[in-house]
Design a protein around this ligand. Structure first.
Ligand code: FAD
Ligand code: NAG
Ligand code: NAG
Ligand code: NAG
Ligand code: NAG
Ligand code: NAG
Ligand code: NAG
Ligand code: NAG
Ligand code: NAG
Ligand code: NAG
Ligand code: NAG
Ligand code: NAG
Ligand code: NAG
Length: 600
């Protein structure tokens, strides 16, 4: 039996709200809702659950304030956030299919979470992504809706043919097309229109069908990053029924009283500023919502005794719920930078090489929000492709026909993504390729032959110690299947096909690296890939009440009451797109589900 909605009395509300910088500033330790993590999903929940003013909400964020940090405001400077004070600096363990290289796995350590440090690409996911969520969770309520609002690009250019405005909504996150045209834009869109087929031009990838070549939309408004912090959280910090505390890490969640009918009710959150510092406890009379992200959530569940029994016993953690899927099914999109030497005077590595050019451009951004700095250090155009039919005949692990296997992003400069450092001379184009329907997850054989064997090939997250301030052991198992590496090789060849069209004549000087066969390509991919930083799945959603999945389709943690998970760890399959919009939409729906329980 599952208790659907706990009914309790409303708590008295305090007179004002604050952005608290220390747990010592918390006075009343009782709330209706406690949200763990003020990141992408957590900020949405903070807003929606405090909206009608009747419930007292606390957000506990481990990281720092987002205000006044230039690298997370100015789009082009975004990569400056990696390995800085706003990054958790996670790293994978050596990847056996990648010559034992370790891969950096950044995550936002700041209000807004990873939406404050990401590359800002905005994809709300194909119709198939959402239908597949519904299928895998056995709940038809999972269908997409819009959380964003399209704004004009910074340069005010005519966007006819580059976006379908009617497909967009009126939500708080500001989105726009790139605001600084590059020489690549007409070449890429022209090539797509002329060769068609797998590369066909797609007027708007956010209108339900992602397949084809398109102009990229970003979570940017008026030339500045629009994050969960700027769109959802900062505007509501004045609400008297909301407290947000930063620099504060949740170290455990637990039940404060004995289980009823064997089902414990999680109602207490333990918080600390440092590993050796004092712990304080806060209680939630209605629900605790875990939004600590794909690495933080699984780690915290295990520290709290919710996880695979053998894993918990290894660390002498008392088992609250044996939940085998916690930390399993971790999956990410492998990424490779394909470099070309090009005939250009405007490609952006000149800015990376020369501080005074960068200063001038920043001055321009400050003066009137124009120029190179209004866009991410990425591409204005991208393509989502299906594998050719003969690569893996009859095998397509994507969510459906409107979702891709491969992505290509066309960048007007040298993107330092991986081991190759910026050459001291030369002009470059980077074509990023990514495998967006990776099979390095679970039960590959079930896809291929309906053979439901238990061959586990997915990534994992496990504890390295019981200290909540230690990093977990993260193994995304990149390229652990033939499909994934062969699809990357296909993507590399697709790039060559695309840029050998006539529109590129005179522009491409030569590929930076030459390959003579697919074997060489595969070795290069294994030796040079990183990820698109799209890890998901460590607490996935599953149907019904069974042990398949950590949460049910209403995102309630199976086996306990009072605890939900709302973040990218619950995705039942990795979306074939950049996943931030999926986190926002998930959190909007979760808010509706929670409100329907408690907002009578
Ligand atoms: C570098 C990078 C680039 C990316 N680029 C893109 C892109 O261009 N487009 C796109 O769509 N997606 C992109 N993504 C992915 C996307 O940003 C994430 O999938 C999404 O933001 C995840 O949201 P979330 O709510 O699950 O987690 P997060 O937004 O990461 O939020 C988790 C929050 O919980 C906090 N937290 C963690 N543990 C604790 C704890 N114990 N106690 C208290 N607080 C805690 C964290 O500090 C963080 O604020 C990128 C991600 C990264 C890191
Ligand atoms: C990440 O690394 C940077 C640079 O070393 C450091 O300043 C920052 O504090 C680190 N982040 C965390 C959460 O420790
Ligand atoms: C990777 O590491 C494993 C374990 O240490 C070792 O057995 C293997 O030979 C290494 N592989 C490569 C390519 O270095
Ligand atoms: C934008 O371009 C389209 C197609 O080229 C054209 O029909 C339309 O008039 C233009 N709009 C403006 C405001 O210039
Ligand atoms: C680059 O600049 C040089 C010198 O100004 C000019 O001759 C050349 O045509 C330019 N090349 C391109 C591709 O614009
Ligand atoms: C950097 O660019 C400026 C022009 O903005 C130029 O005057 C200067 O010589 C360049 N410096 C180097 C080292 O190339
Ligand atoms: C913006 O400012 C730059 C100088 O910083 C100037 O060259 C440019 O013309 C301005 N653009 C607009 C649209 O005002
Ligand atoms: C850089 O300069 C060297 C020496 O002139 C030249 O050989 C090399 O091809 C250049 N590299 C690029 C990428 O242009
Ligand atoms: C199913 O897959 C397993 C693991 O590879 C294999 O041992 C078994 O023979 C397969 N069974 C069938 C019927 O193909
Ligand atoms: C796990 O902990 C050990 C001992 O502190 C440390 O040497 C190792 O690097 C840690 N592993 C990971 C993946 O963090
Ligand atoms: C992998 O790349 C490194 C340089 O980053 C190079 O030294 C090494 O030879 C490469 N290994 C293979 C197998 O290509
Ligand atoms: C992913 O993270 C790495 C490591 O911090 C970073 O170098 C890279 O630019 C990021 N890539 C994307 C596409 O977010
Ligand atoms: C899926 O839902 C239907 C009805 O809503 C139910 O009959 C069925 O048992 C569910 N399946 C699983 C696996 O939970």
């Amino acid at each position: 039996m599952r208790l659907l909605c706990a009914s309790t009395f409303l708590l008295a509300l305090p007179a004002f709200s604050r952005l608290l910088t220390s747990i010592s500033e918390l006075d009343d330790l009782k709330y209706d809702f406690v949200v763990i993590g003020g990141g992408t999903a957590g900020s949405v929940l903070a807003n929606r659950l405090s909206e009608d003013g009747r419930h007292k909400v606390l957000v506990v964020e481990a990281g720092v304030d987002n205000a006044n940090i230039q690298d997370i405001i100015v789009p082009f400077l975004g990569p400056g956030a990696f390995n800085s004070l706003v990054d958790w600096n996670f790293t994978s363990i050596p990847q056996t299919e990648m010559f034992n290289r370790t891969i950096p796995l950044p995550r936002g350590f700041v209000l807004g979470g990873s939406s404050s440090i990401n590359f800002m690409t905005w994809n709300r996911g194909s119709d198939d992504v959402w239908d597949n969520f519904a299928r895998l969770s056995n709940d038809s309520g999972w269908s997409w809706d819009s959380v964003s609002r399209l704004t004009p690009p910074s340069d005010g250019h005519n966007t006819t043919g580059e976006v379908i405005p009617s497909a967009h909504g009126n939500g708080p996150v500001l989105t726009s097309l790139s605001g600084f045209a590059t020489e690549l834009d007409p070449i890429v869109s022209g090539t797509a229109r002329s060769i068609g087929g797998r590369f066909k031009y797609n007027e708007d990838p956010n209108a339900g069908d992602m397949i084809g070549t398109s102009f990229v939309q970003n979570s940017i408004g008026h030339g500045a990053r629009s994050s969960a912090a700027t769109a959802y959280l900062v505007p509501i910090l004045h609400r008297p029924n909301l407290d947000v505390v930063i620099h504060s890490r949740v170290t455990k969640v637990r039940a404060s009283y004995p289980a009823q009918n064997d089902i414990p009710t999680i109602d207490t959150v333990e918080i600390a500023h440092s590993a050796t510092g004092p712990r304080i406890e806060v209680t939630a009379s209605r629900e605790i919502i875990l939004s600590a992200g794909v690495f933080g959530t699984a780690q915290l569940l295990m520290l709290s005794g919710v996880g695979p029994k053998e894993e918990l016993e290894k660390r002498h953690i008392p088992v609250v719920v044996d939940s085998p899927d916690v930390g399993k099914h971790l999956v990410d999109h492998p990424l490779l930078a394909n470099y070309f030497v090009v005939n250009s005077n405007t490609s952006f590595e000149r800015v990376l090489r020369n501080g005074s050019i960068a200063e001038d451009l920043l001055g321009q951004w400050e003066a009137n929000r124009t120029g190179l700095m209004v866009d991410p250090a990425a591409g204005n155009t991208a393509a989502f492709l299906k594998n050719p039919a003969d690569l893996f005949p009859k095998f397509d692990p994507s969510s459906g026909p409107k979702s891709a296997n491969i992505e290509m992003i066309f960048c007007n400069g040298f993107e330092p993504l991986g081991p190759t450092s910026l050459p001291s001379n030369g002009s470059f184009m980077t074509v990023i390729t990514a495998v967006v329907s990776p099979t390095s997850r679970m039960n590959l054989f079930s896809f291929i032959s309906d053979n439901f064997s238990d061959v586990f090939i997915g990534g994992t997250l496990t504890l390295n110690s019981t200290n909540p301030f230690d990093s977990p052991v993260i193994d995304p198992r990149l390229y652990s299947t033939e499909f994934d590496i062969q699809t990357m090789v296909q993507a590399m060849k697709d790039v060559d096909t695309f840029v050998s069209e006539s529109a590129w004549e005179g522009y491409i000087v030569r590929p930076f690296v030459e390959f003579s066969n697919d074997e060489e390509r595969a070795i290069y991919a294994r030796n040079n890939s990183i990820t698109v930083n799209h890890s998901v799945g460590t607490a996935r959603m599953g149907p019904g009440d069974g042990t398949d999945g950590v949460v049910d389709s209403s995102l309630r943690v199976k086996g306990v009451n009072g605890l939900r998970i709302v973040d990218a760890s619950v995705y039942p399959q990795i979306p074939e797109n950049h996943p931030q919009a999926v986190a926002y939409i998930l959190a909007e729906r979760a808010s509706d589900l929670i409100r329907s329980c408690h907002f009578e």
